[in-house]
Design a binder for this molecule. Sequence first.
Ligand SMILES: [Fe+2]
Length: 263
Amino acid sequence: MAKSGRAARARRPQSGAPASRPAQAKAKGAGKATTSAIQRLWPTPIGLHRYGGADRLHPELLEVFAQLRTAQQRQRGEKPGPFFASDDDLTERVKLDGFKDFLRFIVQSLGETVKKANGEAWAGRELDLRVGFQGMWFQCSRDGTYHDIHTHGNCSWSAAYIVQIDEPEQRVSHPVYGAANGVTRLYGPHFATLGGAFVDVGNAYLQPPHLDIEPIPGRLLLFPSWLAHKAMPYDGEKERVIISFNASIHASEGDQLHGYSAQ
Ligand SMILES: [Fe+2]
């Protein structure tokens, strides 16, 4: 008892000083600290690419999408509306010659992004990659429709490719949605921990917890399938049309790069 009593007296502030004063003084004396490096663990890789053949392909693609939309709505018994998501078999459905070039662009972009994202994990190995699509579909939105926050499954990478949307100046002039009109919003891993959380300058690195990717026709956004994201509400003169897909990337040598360890 006597020991804890002395400890309690030692912590008591003197002369009416605030209880936090000793801690502040300690922080000012941080020159004695020996830490000289910081590690940033578990980064979130994303890839941004631009398709050079967009101007050529998109008009043809929009015609094909309009036909598929009509046919699939009829098949599903859906009434035409401001939001539509197609079946996820675009790689089989679209027969345009230009679409083969587009798929080559996607495979090449995936290869570049996963190579950079996994540079350390692959430890300099040059892997022979096999890209598989676990679904590719198009999605249309207008009149304030959106695709709420979600993640993708059964794949390692996912994507949003912009086919059509209003010109930037027109898009951001929306009186309600402004700059967020029709963007793809990515939510970082910290986002789930921020609700009601403590905020000070010490954890300012957590901000901002999300990132908006500007929608530009021809832009391909690649992101890890586990990353939460949302297609924000969109309203404009042109309908917002995107292609989305899920992809798996295997190495012909096999996927296990490291031995199992109990450590
Ligand atoms: Fe998505």
